[in-house]
Design a protein around this ligand. Sequence first.
Ligand code: E4P
Length: 217
Amino acid sequence: MKFFIDTANLEQIKEANDLGVLDGVTTNPSLMAKEGVKGEENILNHYKAICELVDGDVSAEVLSTDFEGMIKEGEELAKLHEQIVVKVPCTKDGIKAIKYFSDKKIRTNCTLVFSTGQALLAAKAGATYVSPFVGRLDDISTDGIELIRQIVDMYGYYEFDTQVLAASIRHTMHIVQCVEAGADVATCPLSAIVGLLNHPLTDKGLAQFVADAKKMN
Ligand code: E4P
C-alpha cells in the first residue's frame, strides 16, 4: 500500500519524505488555506514547491465547481508539473471533467466520495484515483472502512484501473484497516504515519539492548 501525506505544510511533507516511505501528497482547499496560501500565483508556486520536495504524485484540487472552470484550472495545474494529479469533486460537472481529463491523458483524483455509486461513476469516467473519505463517514456513525472494502471489491470484479485512495484517515488504526481492506493508497496526517512506529515492547526492548550494550564495552 502506498503512503501519501495529507497536508500542504512543507515542513511536514519534508519530515515524512525524510522517513523514506512517502509515495505522494494530497492537498485540498482547506489544507492550503490553513497554510495561508492566497492568490493564484502563490497557489501555483506552493504546488511547485511540494513537487520539488517529493518524487510521487501531488493532488492539487480545482476551486471551480462548474465544468468550464474545472477544465481551465485543471489544465493549468497539470501543466505546472508532471507530478500533479488534478483533484476534482465527485459531482455531475466533476465526473464530466474527469472524463475530459482522462481523454487528454491528464491524471485525476476524484474527491469527496462517500458511496460505491460515486466510486463507480469515477472509475467509468477514467479517474486515476478515487478518494473515499473514511473519517468523515465514521464521524456520522457510518463504517468508512467498509466502503473502502466495497470499492476495492467492485474495482477488482470489473477490472477497473482506478486506484482506491483512502482519504480522511485520522489515526493509525484506520491505516491498518485500510491495509486489510486492500486500499491501493492511504493519505494520512504525519501523526498517523509516525504513530505506526509506536509500540511499548519496542521501547522496552530497545532500553534493554542499550543497557546490555554498555556491558559489552
Ligand atoms: C483527501 O484527499 C482530503 O484532503 C482529506 O483526506 C480530508 O480529510 P479530513 O476529513 O480529515 O478533512
